[in-house]
Every structure is written in structure tokens, then in C-alpha cells.
Write a new protein. Structure first.
Length: 117
């Protein structure tokens, strides 16, 4: 396990994530991912710690409101989000682009057909 740090552009929102060494990320073609350009990885909520910025974020909901699309009120960066895995477990969606010291060019990008779900 490795601890990654990340957050938004203006640094009001900062978090830590415990996960295996990152070797791949998900690129989704659903309506919001395609506009926002996210590269995502998912972790259990217990592996995610928001260090600062809980008052600095706001949320966007659409469709069935299943996912909290969280973003910084100041800089607009959507560095993470949260939702359920379908079995009631809270999962955090981490925007890999917002992690510190990750070389995106080394990651295997898996295309996910979220549009069809
Ligand atoms: Zn910000």
C-alpha cells in the first residue's frame, strides 16, 4: 500500500488516499466524465481522508443523484467524488489527475463505456 496526496488547484481541498501503487486509471465516456475529462480510480471510503476543505466544496447532482460530484467552490476542480458501489458500500472516486507526483503518461488507461449504463 502507498499513501497518495492530492487535491484541487487552489489547494483549499487536500486529501490522502491509501491504495496499491497506481498503474492504471479509468476513462469513462458518460455525459459528465466526457465533459470533465476525469481519469478515475475508485477506493473504499475508509481509504480516503479529507485533510482540509470540507467547507470549501460543493456538489453537483444529476440523473438519479447516486453520485456526489464534489468540486471546489473557489477553483472548480473536481478532485474527488463519492458514490455507492451498488451493494451499499461507499466508494470514493479519485481524480487521478489531481494526485501529486503521478506521471499520467505511465498509466494504462482503461476505457469504460459509462454512457451505456
Ligand atoms: Zn480549489
Amino acid at each position: 500500500m502507498k499513501t497518495y496526496t492530492g487535491g484541487c488547484h487552489c489547494r483549499k481541498v487536500r486529501y490522502e488516499v491509501d491504495m496499491e501503487e497506481l498503474t492504471e486509471a479509468m476513462s469513462c465516456n458518460c455525459s459528465i466524465c466526457s465533459k470533465r475529462g476525469w481519469l478515475l480510480t475508485f477506493v473504499p471510503a475508509s481509504s480516503f481522508r479529507l485533510l482540509q476543505g470540507s467547507d470549501e466544496v460543493t456538489m453537483y447532482h444529476f440523473n438519479k443523484n447516486k453520485i456526489d460530484h464534489i468540486f471546489c467552490k473557489t477553483c472548480g476542480t473536481a478532485s474527488y467524488g463519492s458514490g455507492s458501489d451498488g451493494e451499499g458500500n461507499v466508494m470514493m472516486a479519485i481524480n487521478v489527475r489531481c494526485l501529486d507526483d503521478v506521471d499520467l503518461s505511465t498509466l494504462k488507461i482503461n476505457q469504460v463505456d459509462g454512457k451505456s449504463y
